[in-house]
Design a protein around this ligand. Structure first.
Ligand code: N01
Length: 556
């Protein structure tokens, strides 16, 4: 294949099916990527498998779905007009409002004309001579692009549990991550919910209000903190709006997870019992994810972590009236925070309702699902509808579904067979000109995704512009830089308690998936600095090829 005529720059001479950039996914990452690329005058095509924009917020429509990061912070910062104009209604926005916001952004920035909906990217193959990608979509078309950006989301590949008989169940089956668009009414129905992660913890209280009976099948109890959700007052909105530049800066440059919070000056064991209790009570009353930042060592010191875990276990015992149920709901197999902590509205109190039953499927596993029952070893539970809140093939699942072929025809799945390998989470050696947004090896799911998405998109946009301005036709992570980064990501993870949990961060929820701690735990501020330094040093650790030497060896 011969080199393509340039489609970049002011001319935007876009031939049929040739683009500077193909972006996969039109969630918050893909939309902002498109906006930034357009700002440079680059041509881009976004493919989105859903029928509208919004990504995770398009798919996750289950009852009670809302963001666990506060609305004023879970929003784009790139446009001051946008952040000043948009009126978030609640402390934690419900899914329909976030989806409305995504649609507003698509319209406001006129993004739709470059987004092709209902179209999955099935295949992407790198042409080593032309330094371009051929991208094949589910409508049978193939287009060519200099760069591909995977904005595929970290929790986009809903995981169906492998339970005997599920296909023969006669009632309706819903997955929280693939919820229907039409309203679902559980009134008068016996509903079974399988799974007790964030999605279940948000949906169980809402489903319990409708269902005639709700049976929750729990394999692993989870820590959850009250959300304390409430309507935002005009004063609360204004205090953010008038300080947005500084608040956004602090979130990006001074926090670990991109969420505003007081930075603790001490560890949990530096306080006495009473002082500690007062602090935990204050955070419990305030609600939300910042519970985990009361002390600076909860993620690294098991004895410190135990104090927070015991506090939450005590709260569960206070809330749940039946002692047996309370005990089952108290997590006991992982340190608090090492599985994504959940944020709830009345989750534990829901088990005081007469129409709600908790079933411990750790001690009495589900053996099969029949036409109208969930059958454990000990008994049968009659259900009319099933809600599978069984999670996702996280971080790598949506990328793995695409047949991505880099140098020498190697697939990304082959390369990542023993776990994802990236340099800075943004590129993988052997796959030139292929960028990943919030991929494994970046802070990603450990952070406010909006902060991480904007940082990655800006970095990628600047990188593409750098290459264009210097007539460079390819960029690729060097193997040695990647190996060092992977080692660093692992090393940092090993200094924490996170690897002690069988979490989806570790890939532990997918049978056969390599168990490696996938996100970078060093924090968004540190990570941003590393990425900026790499760019400032002329993209240190990356090999770049000039236009006249397209076949020059890239990886060292
Ligand atoms: O999924 P999960 P989720 N039989 O993987 C159980 C984000 N999110 O959709 O722990 C029986 O956490 C499984 O049990 P176990 C957030 O980052 C964000 O709830 O494997 N049970 C577990 O209890 C979150 O962390 C928001 O023993 C089975 C549950 O299913 C992430 O999405 C809201 C099973 C899965 O929990 C994923 O949350 C919601 C089986 N075969 C979610 N297989 C926001 O607010 C699995 N389970 C932004």
């Amino acid at each position: 294949m011969s080199a393509l005529p340039s489609v970049s720059g002011k001319n935007r001479a876009v031939g049929a099916g040739t683009y500077d950039v193909v972006v996969v996914g039109a969630g918050f990452a893909g939309m902002y990527m498109l906006h930034r690329l357009r700002g440079f005058g680059l041509s881009a095509r976004v493919y989105e498998q859903g029928s509208d924009v919004g990504g995770t917020w398009y798919w996750n429509r289950y009852p009670g779905a809302r963001c666990d990061v506060e609305s004023m912070q879970y929003s784009y910062s790139f446009s001051n007009e946008l952040q000043q104009d948009w009126e978030w209604s609640e402390r934690y926005a419900p899914q329909p409002e976030i989806l409305k916001y995504a649609n507003h952004v698509a319209d406001r920035f006129d993004l739709r004309k470059d987004i092709q909906l209902d179209t999955r990217v099935d295949r992407a193959a790198f042409d080593e001579e032309a330094n371009t990608w051929s991208v094949t979509t589910s409508d049978g078309n193939t287009v060519v692009a200099k760069y591909v950006v995977l904005a595929t989301g970290c929790l986009s590949n809903a995981r169906m549990p492998d339970i005997k008989g599920l296909a023969g169940f006669k009632g309706k089956v819903y997955h929280t991550g693939h919820w229907p668009h039409e309203p679902v009414d559980f009134t008068g129905l016996r509903v079974g919910v399988i799974g007790t992660g964030s999605s279940a913890i948000q949906s169980v209280p809402v489903i319990a209000e409708q269902a005639s009976h709700l049976t929750v099948f729990q394999r692993t109890a989870n820590f959850s903190i009250p959300a304390r959700n409430a309507a935002l007052t005009p004063e609360e909105r204004d205090s953010f709006r008038s300080n947005y530049p500084e608040l956004r800066r602090v979130a990006r440059e001074e926090t670990k997870n991109g969420i505003l919070q007081e930075l603790p000056d001490r560890g949990a064991l530096d306080d006495g019992d009473n002082e500690r209790r007062v602090k935990y009570e204050a955070r419990w009353s305030r609600g939300g994810l910042t519970f985990m930042s009361v002390y600076n060592n909860l993620a690294i010191d098991k004895a410190a972590n135990d104090t927070a875990a015991n506090f939450v276990r005590g709260k569960i015992a206070e809330i749940v009236r039946d002692p047996g149920t309370a005990k089952l709901l108290q997590p006991n197999n992982h340190p608090i925070g090492t599985k994504r902590i959940c944020i709830d509205t009345d989750y534990f109190a829901t088990f005081n309702r007469p129409n709600v039953t908790l079933v411990d499927i750790k001690s009495d596993p589900i053996e099969e699902i029949t036409a109208n029952e969930v059958r454990t070893g000990a008994r049968d539970y009659k259900v009319d509808a099933l809600v599978l809140a069984t999670g996702f093939d996280a971080m790598t699942g949506s990328v793995a579904r695409i047949d991505i072929r880099g140098r020498n025809g190697q697939t990304l799945n082959q390369k990542w067979a023993e776990g994802p390998k990236t340099y800075l989470g943004v590129m993988s050696a052997g796959f030139p000109n292929l960028f990943i947004i919030t991929g494994p090896g970046s802070p990603s799911v450990l952070s406010n995704m909006m902060v991480s998405i904007e940082q990655h998109v800006d970095w990628i946009a600047d990188c593409v512009s750098y290459l264009r301005d210097r007539d460079l036709v390819s960029i690729e992570a060097k193997k040695d830089a990647e190996e060092k980064w992977v080692a660093h990501v692992n090393e940092v993870a090993q200094t924490t308690l996170y690897p002690q949990a069988n979490s989806w961060y570790m890939g532990a929820n997918i049978p056969g998936k390599p168990q490696i701690f996938m996100p970078y735990i060093g924090g968004v501020a540190v990570y941003r600095q590393i990425c900026n330094d790499v760019a400032a040093k002329g993209y240190e650790g990356f090999a770049m090829t000039a236009a006249e030497h397209p076949r020059a060896a890239a990886a060292s």
